[in-house]
Design a protein around this ligand. Structure first.
Ligand code: ATP
Ligand code: MG
Length: 174
């Protein structure tokens, strides 16, 4: 099997570490001269990575979201429009030459909330520029990924402060 092509990686589950693993992968990639497009879906808060990654040449980060959806689990028209803009940018990156690594953070929500059909997603991914490695994160995976992805990690929740009602902490969780 050829290893010259980019792989599809999925980090999912209820435990901490999905977005931070994606950030780590982005940092590693630029160190080796790869170009990274980091898209944060359904987010609109000033995350630590939004600030610090701007200092690293070779990583471009954009957010697409109303900022309300992940908390409310109730999406509005704005979330959908933002999602579609992000997905359009992702498609351009998948088919273009500009990026070696495309990160789609929290993208799995798009499937759980029926914003995107698997078939449409599959068509774009399977016809992508083969050099592009893709990392997708989110809480819930859909079964189609099990066969399709090359690498899947389940971040299993054992213990997390949010179980004690402690909200996300600045600099630690965002
Ligand atoms: P990190 O960004 O630290 O790597 P993650 O990407 O694995 O975390 P997410 O699922 O994106 O985790 O959750 C982001 C934040 O939302 C968590 O750090 C936590 O503060 C909060 N959170 C996570 N799971 C839950 C939950 N089930 N209920 C309420 N809040 C949660
Ligand atoms: Mg996350």
């Amino acid at each position: 099997m050829s290893t010259n092509r980019g792989f599809i990686q999925v980090y999912y589950g209820d435990g901490k570490g999905k977005t931070t693993a994606a950030i780590g992968s982005a940092v590693r990639a630029v160190g080796q001269g790869l170009k990274v497009l980091f898209l944060q879906f359904f987010k609109k808060n000033v995350t630590g990575e939004l600030i610090s990654l701007q200092y690293l040449p070779g990583i471009t980060l954009y957010q697409f979201g109303s900022g309300k959806f992940i908390l409310n689990k109730q999406w509005q028209e704005e979330d959908c429009q933002e999602f579609m803009m992000g997905w359009e940018m992702a498609k351009r990156a998948l088919h273009g030459e500009d990026y070696d690594l495309l990160i789609m953070d929290e993208f799995l929500y798009a499937f759980s909330y029926q914003m995107l059909r698997w078939d449409d997603f599959f068509k774009e991914l399977s016809t992508r520029n083969p050099k592009v490695e893709v990392i997708i994160t989110g809480r819930k995976i859909i079964p189609q990924f099990i066969d399709y992805a090359d690498l899947i990690t389940n971040m299993t929740l054992i213990k997390h402060p949010y179980q004690q009602g402690i909200p996300a902490r600045k600099g630690i969780e965002y």
